[in-house]
Design a protein around this ligand. Structure first.
Ligand code: MIC
Ligand code: SF4
Length: 650
């Protein structure tokens, strides 16, 4: 039987397990990336593992999230990251060099390779035919130590593209159509593979936009074949040797099919407050907008900004709109400086923002109260912009630019005032890697610099014979990691676990840290009860580390998203799946729960898939699903993956 592209890359990197959908397998990860907000913890944990140098082919540490530097904390993080990178053999991408996914695509991606990154949008590099997977910082630290990464071998869904996009219809509209169809939940242990004649009509940055937002569906990764378009892109980056042709066998099989006719697609928008809440732009046309922002790892490529500038050329941003543009990388910024694009943007009234995550993570540019904000990024969770009452719509750069001129959401297909922009892929990008610092061969005299913001790595306690405690919070469906561990103004505490823990569940219930810590200090465990899709969104392992620090020992949820489920195991928190909505309703805040014979039950879980929990308050015993592999069972018993590794090294 033939193999598809996803399977070919996975199988070439398989180090353990059977390559069949649903099986637990181990994959060798060639490359790794970290960003600063997850990176400090990743390198603190890499240090705890005790190796002198990284062992994978390429490790890159980016600084792109915390670049606002109000107070000393961000800069302390940067200094630590730069010094630990030099010490451990990691390439360091300085603040100002751009957003990790954009820079990695431009400067390091290689078709047919595997990449693990401590950021959920790592799959962006699937645009050149990489299996690129987002994970928690500890999993990336382990990959840097040469440890294979465990995943469930995904079922591969074919997304067949036919036809060609019409003017003003974009890659963003393709992925929004995918999100409309698949939604933001229920796609775990799945990969999306793009096929069909339409593929060759899409440039690499367009393919990258599509792979980037596959993360919003919750898939493990998205992938395109590697073809002449990929070759031209690599050559234009001066890296022709990183192109390797890759296509599916003609008799390759898939686990499902979704067809998109690019020619009949229309512009779309993801409406508040979920990337899965997709509607046609034409149905929203006329809505007044207060803010328009172009940027983020989804839509900040050179092509995106050139097209925005063409639309704005000779025009002016509407008086009621604040318009900002953040180029995705220093390369993009240099390109738009040279070709006149920057001038067009500035003349139209754009506020030029740093090449960084910035507004996307709520670090700045929070909209005004009740504002409508149109953005080209990938997430519009409530409050993520920094303004709880704001309504964020996710759109293509083209729709953003037109709406900025008109002051209201504009359907590009229903207007004739502005001609469609045109972009032909350039033959040569500016290649200037001077903001990358390559590690010295001999780092024996490099000193790791730890300012006061650099705390220590996480310490977890082993699982007790039985676990007794209380439901310290009960939440509903689609609780994102932004709800569990807010970013924005709190992002600067990422390197300090005790401090950051004071903000666990802040947007939902700010009394939680106090209640959980009181239980912990009286020797009892805290339990979290949740609905469907708990932990969707980012890869931030702090959403597991900080609850662990506060004494949470189990999350009981109707379903838990992939990366978060792995992070919970990594930090010794049992990810228990509630089997029915009736059981969910029966569990109340404040209930006393006991998991008897916890160690024994967890050790049996890889086979039994079951853990029983007694609710002492209402006298019921619940059977919950614990879907873990034997490695995870042991890490839960040891009190997390780090304890397990250190035991093994003894
Ligand atoms: C995000 O887009 O939510 C982030 C911020 O990039 C996160 C990582 C983090 O929380 O640091 C992600 O996507 O994993
Ligand atoms: Fe940065 Fe936003 Fe991309 Fe996350 S989604 S990596 S915050 S640009």
């Amino acid at each position: 039987m033939g193999r598809n592209v996803a399977q070919k890359v996975l199988d070439a990197h398989l180090t353990g397990g059977r390559p069949a959908a649903g099986e637990s397998v181990e994959i060798r990860m060639d490359q790794s990336l970290t960003q600063d907000a997850t990176g400090t913890m990743a390198y603190l944990q890499f240090e705890m593992i005790g190796l002198d140098r990284v062992k994978n082919e390429l490790a890159v540490s980016y600084v792109d999230h915390n670049t606002v530097q109000v107070g000393f904390e961000n800069a302390d993080d940067h200094r630590y990251l730069q010094s630990v990178a030099a010490k451990k053999g990691v390439v360091f991408s300085r603040a100002g060099n751009g957003i990790c996914h954009q820079v990695h695509l431009e400067r390091f991606s290689e078709s047919g390779k595997t990449l693990i990154g401590s950021d959920s949008h790592t799959p962006t590099c699937g645009g050149v035919g990489m299996v690129a997977i987002g994970a928690g910082g500890l999993d990336v630290a382990l990959a840097m130590a040469g440890v294979p990464f465990s995943i469930i071998y995904p079922r591969v869904i074919e997304i067949r593209l036919t036809g060609q996009l019409r003017p003003f219809v974009t890659a963003k509209d393709v992925i929004l159509a995918v999100l409309e169809h698949f939604g933001v939940k229920g796609n775990v242990n799945t990969a999306f593979e793009y096929t069909g004649d339409g593929v060759r009509t899409l440039s690499v940055p367009e393919r990258a936009t599509i792979c980037n937002m596959g993360a919003e569906c919750g898939v493990t990764f998205s992938i395109f074949p590697s073809d002449e378009v990929t070759r031209d892109f690599m050559e234009s980056q001066g890296r022709g040797e990183c192109y390797h042709p890759l296509s599916a066998d003609c008799d390759a099989e898939y686990d499902g099919l979704f067809e998109i006719d690019l020619s009949s697609l229309e512009p779309r928008a993801a409406c508040p407050h979920s990337p899965g809440n997709v509607r046609l732009v034409r149905d929203l046309a006329g809505m007044r907008v207060d803010q328009v922002l172009v940027g983020s790892c989804t839509n900040s490529s050179y092509a995106d900004l050139v097209k925005v500038a063409q639309i704005l050329d000779g025009r002016r941003i509407a008086d009621n709109v604040s318009f900002g543009v953040a180029p995705g990388s220093r390369q993009v910024l240099m390109m738009i400086c040279e070709d006149g694009t920057l001038e067009k943007l500035v003349k139209a009234g754009a506020r030029i923002l740093e090449s960084a995550c910035g507004f996307c993570i709520g670090n700045h540019q929070s909209p005004s109260t009740d504002a409508v904000s149109l953005r080209t990024n990938n997430r519009n969770f409530e409050g993520r912009s920094g303004t709880k009452s704001a309504r964020v719509y996710l759109v293509s750069p083209e729709v953003a630019a037109l709406s900025a001129i008109n002051g209201c959401i504009t359907d590009p297909l229903a207007q004739t005032a502005v001609r469609p922009p045109y972009f032909r892929m350039v033959g040569k990008f500016i290649k200037d890697d001077r903001m990358l610092i390559f590690p010295p061969q001999d780092s024996s005299d490099v000193e790791i610099i730890r300012g006061p913001n650099i705390g220590s790595g996480p310490q977890c306690r082993p699982l007790g014979a039985s676990v007794e405690g209380e439901v310290a919070i009960k939440v509903g469906d689609k609780i994102t990691t932004d709800h569990i561990m807010p970013a924005g103004a709190r992002l600067k505490y990422r390197s300090n676990i005790p401090l950051y823990s004071n903000y666990v569940f802040e947007p939902v219930d700010d009394g939680f840290p106090g209640r959980a810590a009181a239980l912990r200090d009286s020797g009892r465990a805290a339990f979290v009860v949740a609905g469907y899709s708990y932990g969707q969104g980012s890869s931030r392992e702090h959403a597991a580390i900080c609850p662990m620090y506060l004494g949470v020992r189990a999350v009981l949820a109707l379903s838990i998203e992939r990366i978060h489920q792995a992070n919970l195991c990594n930090f010794g928190i049992l990810p228990l799946q509630i089997r029915s909505e009736e059981d969910y309703r029966a569990l109340a805040m404040g209930d006393s729960l006991v998991i008897e014979d916890a160690v024994e039950q967890v050790r049996k879980a890889p086979h039994s898939k079951t853990v029983s929990v007694k609710d002492v308050t209402n006298g019921r015993t619940f059977e919950l699903t614990l879907d873990i592999n034997p490695l995870q069972a042991e890490m839960l018993v040891c009190g997390g993956r780090l304890n397990q590794i250190r035991e093994a090294l003894k």
